[in-house]
Design a protein around this ligand. Structure first.
Ligand code: NAP
Length: 519
């Protein structure tokens, strides 16, 4: 069993005990008392250990190892002696390998703890230490050492794989964690690989190490209780990805369908080489069961290149679009790159009109914007025979987007100021005009919308706000309207169905999206 451990930095033992009660209520298995700020004459120290509602670890981390204890070793050992004297001793005491090796008085002090397990630990808050492996060996060789703990600042997602390998060596019960923005997988997947424990803060702002998430996020967002050695791993690859809604959406989908998966943010730094090295390493490490990813800015083009180089399969339209947003790893390990954005846009329109994709042939579609979203929408509608006019602020970009479809092809580009004169029957906004906080803006005038009236389709790909000015005015004019939320949910559903063989719970996705946006 991997213990979900809540570290509590102690100032006032009574307040700390109240915090531990709350951690127990939230489902923690262990408490780590961080007594860095106390001295050996602290009032209430014994009660802290004796009354703890859960088994506990006692840690007094000195400043030189990244903690807050600022007094000398004599004082620290005296503090430990008081802990050892508690009538109900702690389950574990954490001592740094460096202190254990260099201070002779540490060993007898630790041995006086009786049944309390000794965790020998090493931390590096800057990088992966060059001597990591020799430290592990040194810990394993100490007879008194019951648990090995290493934690270091991850340089990239790849460092998580080394943490999993260290746990897998089973030298002794092990804690191997990566800190910082790249380290989340090591924290969440500690359970998958059988680490002794992982840490989660009591509240969002109570982390005791960089990158630590709260127990609420661990349990409710990252599905802690469902994770086991067979859990399939997914994520959102991009940079940055900290604010992505996709983990909330896909994990809710896994919950709803009972699928054994977990979905994580997967930040990968800029550049193809970073993408290739990281995704390559994750795919090679089979025990991870890395089965797919949503891929966003700046890696959509990198995904196509990577899959092509690896001899994987690429969806034809993703190739035409020049960008893919979904990586799927099939059961036999083969990789597939596809784009669920264009399909989501097409199907949003077809559902609103109660038609099939094949019925789009000959329809005149105005696409507003010539960026990434427009590229997918244009390719999708052109592939099903629609005639597309791209209206863009920078006309040259509209022309460039139309150019591959041929001089007399189904796609033409023009300036945005021509939009009011458009004779199209369908309008798709692929610009941020009208997006929060600029909610009073709209790419189409109210007069133009009134002139379109019934039968026309107005589709705003923006999902924040839920109802943009464009959609509101189009509704008032009697047009058929489609919101960006519809497209967002459909593109996520497309990914979910590629990965899981389950029908995506689109209603749940919609609810999560609304909640996330505070709607
Ligand atoms: P992008 O690649 O940056 O392209 C933005 C486009 O909007 C460009 O053509 C740009 O014109 C134009 N634009 C930006 N600001 C403008 C302004 N003030 N006035 C006129 N035109 C302006 O962005 P993207 O990834 O395509 O995303 C565009 C929109 O699509 C976003 O608002 C996003 O919410 C939405 N989207 C929704 C979904 C969904 O699932 N619902 C998915 C993807 C995107 P220039 O070429 O002149 O710079």
């Amino acid at each position: 069993m991997t213990h979900l451990t809540v570290p509590i930095m102690v100032d006032d033992p009574q307040a700390a005990l109240a915090a531990a009660d709350r951690a127990a209520e939230l489902g923690a298995d262990l408490i780590e008392w961080r007594i860095d700020r106390l001295t050996d004459d602290a009032v209430g120290l014994d009660q802290l250990i004796e009354r703890c509602p859960l088994p506990c670890i006692v840690t007094c981390r000195p400043i030189w190892e990244g903690g807050e204890y600022k007094h000398d070793e004599v004082g620290r050992l005296a503090l430990f002696q008081r802990v050892a004297g508690a009538s109900r001793p702690p389950a574990y005491i954490d001592v740094e390998l460096a202190a254990y090796q260099s201070t002779a008085a540490v060993k007898p002090c630790v041995e006086s703890f009786g049944d309390t397990g000794l965790i020998l630990s090493a931390h590096d808050f800057d990088t992966r230490p060059a001597d990591l492996l020799s430290k592990l060996e040194a810990m394993a060789q100490q007879e008194a050492c019951r648990v090995i703990k290493v934690a270091w600042q991850a340089r990239s997602l790849r460092d998580n794989i080394e943490a999993f390998e260290i746990i897998g060596q089973k030298l002794k019960p092990t804690i191997a964690l990566c800190m910082g923005p790249f380290g989340l997988p090591s924290r969440v997947l500690a359970r998958k690989f059988g680490a002794l424990l992982t840490f989660a803060s009591l509240d969002d702002d109570a982390a005791t190490a960089p990158g630590q998430v709260s127990i609420g996020q661990m349990k409710n967002l990252y599905r802690w209780d469902s994770i086991d050695s067979k859990t399939q791993v997914y994520g959102v690859i991009g940079y940055p990805v900290g604010h992505s809604m996709s983990p909330a959406i896909h994990n809710a989908g896994f919950d709803q369908t009972g699928y054994n998966g977990v979905y994580l943010p997967m930040p990968i730094g800029l550049g193809y080489e970073s993408f290739k090295a990281t995704v390559g390493t994750w795919l090679e490490f089979k025990a991870l069961h890395f089965r797919g990813a949503s891929v966003t800015i700046p890696h959509k083009e990198n995904l196509l290149r990577f899959v092509a180089e690896q001899g994987g399969e690429i969806e034809e339209l993703a190739q035409t679009i020049g960008a893919a947003n979904t990586l799927t790893v099939r059961a036999d390990g083969a990789i597939y790159a596809s784009n669920t954005d264009y399909a989501a846009a097409l199907d949003s329109v077809c559902a609103a009109l109660d038609i099939e994709r094949g019925d789009l042939g000959g329809r005149r579609v105005a696409v507003i914007g010539a960026g990434g979203a427009a590229r997918a929408v244009v390719a999708g509608f052109a592939a099903y025979g629609a005639e597309v006019v791209i209206y863009n602020r920078t006309p040259a970009k509209a022309l460039a987007l139309a150019e591959p479809f041929g001089e007399d092809g189904p796609v033409v580009g023009t300036a945005l100021d021509q939009l009011d004169a458009s004779d199209c029957e369908m309008f798709i906004n692929c610009t941020p005009i009208g997006m929060h906080p600029d909610v009073d803006a709209s790419p189409l005038s109210a007069g133009k919308l009134q002139s379109l009236g019934r039968g026309a389709v107005v589709f705003d790909t923006i999902y924040n706000p839920a109802e943009t000015m464009l959609v509101r005015q189009a509704k008032e004019a009697g047009c058929v309207t489609i919101s960006g939320a519809e497209m967002f949910v459909r593109q996520a559903a497309g990914q979910f169905e590629l990965w899981t063989d389950h029908a995506a719970p689109r209603d749940v996705f919609g609810q999560v999206l609304k909640k996330y946006l505070g709607q």
